[in-house]
Design a binder for this molecule. Structure first.
Ligand SMILES: [Zn+2]
Length: 569
């Protein structure tokens, strides 16, 4: 690698720094080392681009992500003698401390499963009275926490923290105020404030109907989404999620969902994804197309299932090996978790880390369902009823196999609709070496089960097509609707899309649009050159893999995808 300038981005959150260069060089060496130690059959699957082992450098060293249980191990006693002012500021100092330390201790994102309720509970437990003065301090502290989340960088300065705030359900005074302050601050901030990711939990009886106590907060969320794409919406009245207690289940901004648990009731708090691997679906289709050109679409689909299952079995073996290696570590290898008890079980009292990490998930992901089906049938999966039912059948089949793994091995395997920021470009790049096809030349594969980004389908149609897939992707998934520009003040349109999502089994929903800011005059909108001052110096904000980022820093695959995107009008 040629110094700092030679760093190639793996994801849009990275920035080049000297220390980042050193970290990056170390990461590459560790990845190679881990890959070399795998069974050759397994490492070859990764090297040949049939699968992608995410966060390979963390193999057997740590888990992926966590919805933190911040209440369990909170240092109440240390704060008890402080003034109210200090207690409030210390809550957020503690959160910053957790985020920095976990950033060194795990490979992926951190979530607050109920940020609003957690703040309300902490204020109550710390005996902070709800005077106007204290509320003012709390509001200021929340706002500066958001600024910090947007600016702070981990991994030696090169990556922003992936932090997700789930909120919207607390009906307590402080909880409601927290949600209001978070969303209002984000909504009114300038376009370059991109983080944290905010997820609004939608539930009838709490915030969805006009008569609900938190309906005003839902309306505020819609206004913010119209302006800045955030929040996204976790839908608890949709068939996919209606069985869950909304306060117990949350989602990571990247879409990772941890809900069902073989070892307890469904919940997300104190749990996370341990590891995930994505399977390259177009690659399987390309091989079949090459080897069996004369077979019918249905025959090809049967062959596809067989080939996918073979790969999935290897993926399962890798995940189990990784899980066992992880469980061999000591509690003291996770100092922050150990001290603050952020997982569901106590690091201090467990006999083995298996008691902790068995509650996590092992996810088998997929990308490019759309390309795979089109390669085999010649048509997009949503262009005919027959193809659509084949596509659903295939994903249902994948879920059945993953469920079988779960019960056979008594581990929380689940099926993930991969967002694949890096792999959407990596897979076609490798596939090019073996095959030639139009789909490879466009330089990216479509996320998970999504319809193609240039489908131009009406939002309602798009949601209705993608919705039923959410039923099967229990490890997490999202559907997006793409607008041509910010639907400013058109909260009704967003509200209607959310209702369609609820009616069509959508688990998690987001609204995208191109958001541009002129660096010369500050004008905000969607444009090539600034329509106010004519400047070409424009900051372009786009959503990639669940998080807002600046287009300039996208990976090659995602830049290619953005160029193809057409709005759902
Ligand atoms: Zn301008």
């Amino acid at each position: 690698m040629k110094g700092v300038k030679g760093i190639q981005y793996d994801n849009a959150a990275q920035r080049k720094t000297y220390v980042g260069y050193v970290y990056r060089a170390g990461t590459e060496a560790v990845k190679k080392n881990h890959l070399d130690q795998l069974d050759e059959k397994h490492s070859l699957l990764h090297r040949e681009g049939k699968i992608h082992i995410h966060d390979l450098e963390a193999y057997g060293q740590t888990y992926n992500c966590l919805q933190m249980d911040v209440l369990q191990g909170f240092p109440y006693e240390r704060l008890m003698t402080f003034s109210n002012h200090r207690k409030i500021t210390e809550i957020f100092n503690h959160f910053r401390d957790l985020i920095v330390k976990l950033g060194n201790e795990q490979s992926g994102g951190m979530g607050f499963p109920n940020f609003d309720e957690d703040i309300a509970v902490l204020v109550d437990r710390l005996d902070i009275d709800e005077s106007a003065e204290n509320l003012g301090i709390l509001k200021d502290s929340i706002e500066s926490f958001i600024d910090w989340l947007n600016n702070a960088r981990e991994r030696c300065g090169q990556v922003t923290y992936y932090v997700s705030l789930n909120l919207g359900l607390s009906t307590k005074k402080i909880g409601r105020s927290t949600t209001k302050w978070v969303i209002e601050y984000f909504k009114n901030s300038s376009p370059e404030i991109l983080k944290p990711n905010i997820i609004f939990k939608v539930k009838k009886g709490i915030n969805y109907n006009e008569c609900d106590k938190n309906y005003d907060l839902f309306c505020l969320a819609l206004e913010s989404t119209c302006k800045k794409m955030i929040p996204t919406y976790l839908l608890f009245d949709s068939k996919t999620n209606e069985k869950y207690d909304p306060k117990k289940v949350a989602i990571m901004g990247c879409r990772t969902k941890v809900a069902d648990n073989l070892f307890g009731e469904p919940c997300s708090t104190g749990r996370g994804n341990v590891a995930y691997i994505s399977i390259n679906l177009p690659r399987i289709a390309l091989e079949i197309d090459c080897d069996y050109p004369d077979k019918s679409g249905h025959e090809k689909l049967d062959i596809f299932k067989g080939k996918w299952t073979d790969i999935a079995i290897s993926v399962k073996e890798i995940l189990i090996d990784r899980y066992h290696q992880l469980c061999k570590l000591e509690s003291s290898d996770f100092p922050c978790n150990h001290k603050y008890n952020l997982w569901i079980n106590n690091f201090e009292t467990v006999e083995s880390l298996e008691e902790i990490f068995k509650n996590g998930t092992l996810s088998i992901g997929f990308i490019g369902l759309s390309e795979a089906l089109e390669i085999m049938s010649g048509e997009r999966y949503y262009d005919s009823e027959e193809n659509y039912s084949d596509a659903l059948d295939l994903v249902r089949y994948m879920r059945e196999v993953v469920d079988r793994f779960k019960f056979e091995h008594n581990l929380n395997f689940n099926l993930l609709g991969s967002s694949g920021e890096f792999i959407s470009g990596r897979f076609p790049e490798i596939d090019k070496q073996y095959f030639s096809h139009d789909f490879i030349d466009k330089d990216f594969y479509t996320n998970s089960f999504h319809v193609n980004v240039d489908s131009g389908l009406h939002p309602i149609e798009k949601i209705a097509i993608e919705g039923p897939f959410h039923r099967y992707a229990n490890g997490g998934c999202i559907s997006y609707v793409e607008f041509s520009s910010a639907p400013l003040n058109n909260t009704e349109a967003i509200s209607e899309i959310i209702q369609v999502g609820i009616d069509n089994e959508v688990n998690y929903l987001g609204i995208n649009f191109p958001l541009d800011k002129c660096c010369n005059c500050g004008n905000v909108g969607t444009f090539d050159d600034c329509f106010s001052c004519g400047s070409k110096d424009v900051l372009r904000i786009r959503r990639v893999s669940g998080y807002l980022e600046e287009l300039e820093f996208f990976t090659a695959g995602k830049k290619a995808e953005v160029a193809f995107r057409k709005p759902n009008l």
